[in-house]
Ligand binder design. Structure first.
Ligand SMILES: Nc1ncnc2c1ncn2[C@@H]1O[C@H](COP(=O)(O)OP(=O)(O)OP(=O)(O)O)[C@@H](O)[C@H]1O
Length: 734
């Protein structure tokens, strides 16, 4: 675990209270923008660099740069850019210069002298053996001419040789004599140290002469990159933008302010892009730009500051997601306004807390096993529990004990029960319609904060492991289609009336999360997935191709909770969920605080009216408030009296025929009217069945005259009589 995680302060009222706004402000402080300078320009030396922390950071950077320079020097020695290779090359080049190319002239002159001499000899021989009186004279003249030419050629050769020798001696004297002289003088003047210095200087000059290899090569030791610990500067930025094909040859960016460090080991540069290059274009090539700077994409953040070409580039020297950030809610003791402030869910590259606005959209989490979906849900739950106006209803498809500690604060909690989810969603869609009608009457299209109490609070429906419920070929296939339909309807319009879904799945496949359902959840987070298709199932078609691919997140402990998050507020961003350490009971602290806040507000499950659970009880005859009797996610079937009490609750009484209709829904085999059965026959049969059930409960309940729904008087039961009978039944059980 990272050292950035602080232990929670779990103890009671003396524990410090953390204001979420302040907390967020502190986290935002490092640098959404460069600090303003009173002089109008951005400061060359930010204040923080003059603090002890700033100096330590500077020392650390200098040490890192020195280390990297050393490493680069060593690896360079093995290549032909190494110093030995440079010196050898320098000496060779010097020698070639001393020898020069003039030797070619000497050779050509030698060749000419040689042929001219041969010609002269042949001409002399011919003159000697020509006896014809007219020819002899001619031959003698030709021999004289050839001899003259031969002598001239030999002389030219001699001169060329002398000239070359003179040139070589001169150049040799410069090339070899100078260092020899310098070294000798140094030796004479300063002894061995002087000689060593002289030799060093000589070799340095040779290395300088041979600094460039003859052939082009791929590794360029002059290349500066952030990944190697070099400073971010304008030449590096220009080269990286060029390499990333954002700029073309001849285009140059300009810095609007000096490159600064932001106190988190990251560089910030405000850049003016040239011509028609926009910030969007730069963002589209984020991966290439990061590669050109020698860092990972997660270490680079690109934001538009002002106009189209006004870019703020933030480049971190380390992976911003390598650390964990603890949820600020863990230190909170007072209620959270989730409707207005949202719920802190994750942190982004620059350490800013990302909140999700449950007043606006539903959420979908997807990712492979152990990728951190549960932590995403835990963050949302932590926020919801701190807002007593939120009724949390949780359907756990995994069926493990993960959510059992939350049971006392869950208005509804059911483990692995697809039929129950189907029934619940039916009721919830009815609730959505009821709320919509209230808004229609008020002439509103969306719930506002002042109406939350009027409509019955915010409904947060969590379904963890969708596959249990929506797999068309799974064990719950008979419910799957209906469940998907209801979920899609709720996700589409629920948020506007205060009904929000939080869905999670380990199997991000289209069969489990149909695109209609995905599309209606505007907040989506894809943690590490097995493949690009799975990532697209959460984030949307083609997203992996656009560079947002969760399957590229490495599978390691350090990447848990990392993913791509998209919400209408943030757009697509890289993020890591906030950390709640369940192993040390941090979630239990939130649950305890949530329980207290709910008790104070009178919204603790089972302690007030809950129209949704009441409707479910009427409809199914079973209750799932707070995870049932043991809080482990089971459902509790009520007695006939419980159902009748719930049904009589609205009007204060119930006619017999209304009572039989309610019971027919709960227990159709006993109370449902059969084909062709008359009213009287049904009433008599159902009356007997009820009497028998009441007898089994140990109570006797007589009918009395009550007011029916139409205002007329009929046989039935008053609420008071039913409540008394239910009480007697409980006492009889005890
Ligand atoms: N943001 C985070 N920071 C640090 N650790 C995290 C983060 N998110 C998850 N983890 C750790 O990763 C592990 C798996 O997390 P979690 O149970 O949420 O994953 P999951 O995808 O829900 O797993 P499963 O598929 O088993 O349900 C846990 O030990 C958790 O503490």
């Amino acid at each position: 675990m990272s050292d950035t995680i602080r232990r929670p302060d779990t103890d009671g009222p003396t524990a410090p209270v953390v204001d979420l706004d302040k907390e967020r402000a502190v986290r935002l402080a490092p640098l959404p923008d460069l600090p303003a300078d009173p002089a109008g320009e951005l400061p060359l030396v930010p204040d923080w660099t003059r603090t002890a922390g700033g100096r330590t950071a500077a020392r650390r950077r200098a040490a890192r740069r020195a280390k990297r320079a050393g490493r680069r020097w060593i690896s360079r020695q093995r290549t032909d850019r190494g110093h030995a290779a440079q010196i050898g090359r320098g000496m060779r080049r010097t020698h070639e210069w001393v020898v020069g190319f003039h030797g070619v002239h000497v050779q050509a002159a030698a060749h000419q002298a040689h042929t001219a001499t041969q010609d002269a000899r042949a001409a002399a021989r011919r003159a000697r053996y020509t006896f014809m009186p007219g020819q002899r004279e001619k031959a003698r003249q030709a021999a004289d001419l050839a001899q003259t030419q031969a002598m001239a050629a030999v002389q030219a050769h001699e001169q060329a040789r002398k000239k070359v020798r003179r040139g070589r001696i001169g150049r040799g004297a410069v090339a070899y004599g100078t260092p020899l002289l310098v070294d000798t003088v140094a030796l004479v003047e300063f002894g061995g140290v002087g000689l060593a210095g002289g030799v060093f200087a000589t070799l340095s000059v040779a290395a300088w002469i041979g600094r460039k290899p003859l052939t082009a090569e791929t590794w360029d030791p002059e290349r500066r990159s952030l990944g190697d610990g070099d400073r971010l500067d304008e030449p590096m930025l220009n080269r990286a933008f060029l390499d990333a094909k954002i700029l073309t040859q001849g285009q140059e960016l300009t810095l609007r302010s000096p490159v600064a460090m932001d106190g988190t080991d990251a560089y910030v540069a405000r850049i003016q892009l040239p011509g028609a290059v926009t910030v969007d274009k730069v963002r589209a090539r984020e991966v290439e730009l990061a590669a050109a700077l020698g860092i990972d994409r997660a270490q680079l953040d690109l934001r538009q500051a002002g106009g189209e070409g006004d870019l703020i580039l933030w480049a971190s020297m380390r992976d911003p997601f390598a650390r964990t950030v603890r949820s600020p809610l863990l230190d909170r003791r007072e209620p959270l306004n989730t409707w207005r402030d949202g719920i802190p869910l994750a942190f982004d590259k620059r350490g800013q807390i990302v909140t999700v606005t449950i007043s606006d959209y539903s959420l979908l989490f997807g990712g492979a096993t152990r990728s951190g979906k549960g932590m995403g849900v835990a963050n949302v739950l932590a926020g919801a529990l701190l807002d007593p106006r939120v009724n949390v209803r949780l359907f756990d498809g995994k069926g493990t004990g993960e959510y059992v500690p939350y049971a006392p604060v869950l208005a509804t909690f059911v483990r692995r029960n697809p039929a129950r989810l189907r029934d619940f969603l039916r009721v919830m869609v009815g609730e959505m319609n009821r709320r919509t009608e209230i808004l229609v009457e008020l002439g509103l299209s969306k719930l506002s904060e002042d109406l939350i109490d009027k409509v019955g609070g915010i409904e947060l429906v969590v379904v963890d492991e969708l596959a249990t419920y929506t797999a068309p070929e799974g064990p719950s296939k008979e419910y799957a289609e209906e469940i998907v339909e209801y979920l899609a309807q709720l996700a589409a319009v629920g948020a506007a009336v205060g009904i929000v879904l939080v869905l999670a799945t380990q199997y991000p496949e289209v069969a489990i999360v149909p695109s209609r359902l995905r599309g209606n959840c505007s907040g989506r987070m894809a943690m590490r997935t097995e493949n690009a298709d799975a990532s697209n199932t959460i984030l949307g078609k083609g997203m992996a191709g656009n560079g947002f691919d969760s399957s590229k997140i490495a599978n390691s402990k350090g990447t848990r909770g990392r993913g791509w998050l998209t919400t209408p507020d943030t757009g697509m961003i890289a993020a890591r969920s906030l950390f709640i350490d369940e192993s040390s009971g941090e979630n239990r602290t939130v649950i305890a605080i949530g329980t207290e806040l709910r008790r104070a507000a009178g919204t603790l499950p089972g302690h007030g009216t809950d129209p949704v659970e009441d409707a479910l009880l009427r409809y199914t005859g079973a209750s799932s408030v707070a995870g049932g009797r043991n809080g482990n996610g089971g459902i509790v079937r009520g007695t006939v009296l419980d159902h009748l009490v719930t049904a009589a609750g609205n009007r204060g009484s119930l006619t017999s025929s209304e009572a039989f209709t309610v019971l027919a829904r709960v227990s159709p085999d006993r109370y449902a009217r059969t084909e062709g059965e008359s009213d009287a026959a049904w009433a008599s049969r159902a009356g007997k069945a009820l009497k028998a059930q009441l007898a089994a409960l140990g109570v006797d309940l007589d009918t009395s005259k009550v007011t029916g729904p139409d205002g007329g008087r009929a046989n039935g039961y008053t609420l008071a009589a039913l409540q008394q009978a239910a009480e007697d039944a409980r006492n009889a059980r005890v």
